[in-house]
Design a protein around this ligand. Structure first.
Ligand code: ADP
Length: 192
């Protein structure tokens, strides 16, 4: 199976690129943000809990997120593998993911890290706030909080994965197509 983590700060293009990757390689897209937003829309107990954190730009607690992801993995239909988008975001989540996958006899194949400058992130997220109505993209303060949490809690995952031999840094600025091309090159190279 092909199990890819798409990694990077809020607004780096994880969701956009994930959609293109799953189409080409027939993978299941597991976006923790999307699952939380669906739960919020459905007003489920999980959604009510997650909303309190998301609206402030804070991370949903690890155990809640890990349990949810575990469920999602188990509910997925057969495919060539998974793309993890927005997960893991903490060291504990990364360790849990290793355990979850190893129980299935699987492991992470590739970590694709998208590099985008902070100014560009802020610009993109404010625009997305206007266009999509996403609550957490509407306030500059909430966006800055998310970027701050990314730096404090998520960025350390680079060290966690960097020495694994399957970590790839990709420039996330420029035309969407050319970023996708660079990603496909890395994935094709791995498959060969
Ligand atoms: P972005 O990458 O733009 O922040 P996401 O859709 O990935 O967008 O995440 C939106 C929000 O959902 C996060 O700010 C956080 O509150 C919550 N969330 C998503 N994934 C996780 C996770 N792995 N752990 C904790 N909270 C998460």
């Amino acid at each position: 199976m092909l199990n890819i983590i798409i990694f990077g700060p809020p607004g780096c293009g994880k969701g956009t690129q994930s959609s293109l990757i799953i189409e080409k390689y027939n993978l299941n897209h597991l976006s923790t943000g999307d699952v939380f937003r669906k739960n919020i829309k459905d007003e489920s107990p999980l959604g009510k809990l997650a909303k309190k954190y998301m609206d402030q730009g804070k991370l949903v607690p690890d155990q809640v997120t890990i349990d949810m992801l575990n469920n999602e993995i188990n509910n997925c239909n057969d495919s060539n593998g998974f793309i993890f988008d927005g997960f893991p975001r903490t060291i504990d989540q990364a360790k849990s993911l290793d355990v979850l996958l190893s129980k299935k006899g699987e492991k992470i194949s590739l970590v694709l890290s998208l590099d985008v400058s902070e100014n560009e992130l802020l610009k993109r997220l404010l625009l997305r706030g206007k266009e999509s109505g996403r609550v957490d993209d509407q306030s500059e303060e909430v966006i800055k909080n998310r970027i701050d949490i990314y730096k404090k809690q998520t960025l350390v995952l680079k060290d966690y994965y960097e020495n694994s031999g399957h970590f790839f840094q990709i420039n996330g600025e420029g035309a969407i197509d050319s970023i996708t091309d660079n990603i496909f090159k890395v994935v094709d190279n791995y498959i060969e």
